[in-house]
Design a binder for this molecule. Sequence first.
Ligand code: RIB
Length: 304
Amino acid sequence: MSVVVLGSINMDLTTYVPRLPAPGETLFGSNFITVPGGKGFNQAVAAGRLGTTTQFIGRVGEDAFGRGVIDLIADEPVDISGILVDPDSSTGLAVINVDAQAENSIIVISGANMAHDAREVTRCREALRTAKVLLLQLESPLDISLAAAQAAREAGALVILDPAPAKPLPAEAYQLCHILTPNELEAEVLVGFRPTNQAEAAQAASILRERGVETAVIKLGAQGVYYQSSQESGFVEPFPVKAIDTVAAGDAFNGGLAVALAEKRPLAEAIRWGAATGALATTKAGASSAMPTRAELMKLLAQN
Ligand code: RIB
């Protein structure tokens, strides 16, 4: 395996609405879809569809949503043998609204995702024997993710943590993860201010690097992506696409970044791959369903 992803898998229940509802308001939506999601699984599908051998480690419940999600993902180019069916938990769910500007709001019911324990670390350790990159997020227990990060370091793999959804991180997390990829809201929780431009992103990245991460990547959404390591820093302008649904764009970024780094591409090129993968994910509906193919990524990169 080249990329191993430990994290969440959800059934996403997504409605498309003209605008996000106000408290107490009833709105008519235009469409409803049920697709597999979860920040972890979305990152795995992004990496798999870009052509890299990818394994996902996670859990679903022994219920109708769990069976449904497993059925729906059977044809994805991702090894899902590391998904445990947990009889004591419900399958993770996400209730999502997407408005006419393609913006979204998400409520997650974690279920089995927050029941991860040492068994996930054991499955990761096995998968990491041949992996180059481990992808982590914050929708499953942090102590288990950090134990997997330690295992990845011992196996010589690169660890990329997407600190989403946002929460403050312990010192250990900065030391165990090579790359941290917050968006502007997540960066605010980590460093105490919201970066809104390149200069502020550079300031936020410096703070994260002082805490121990080798490379800080600040995703500024439609404004682009800033990155900084000890060797280099730079900014990638947003790719021009027609966005219809921004759900999982950040997850797509991390999948694209991981694949490029697993292929030993330079950091600046890997950030471009991430940004282009994220941009393409906004052009289709849903979460894992919106991840682009390698051909689509190559075309967008060649055009810009
Ligand atoms: O990042 C998007 C994802 O967040 C959705 O797929 C949803 O399941 C939540 O985990």
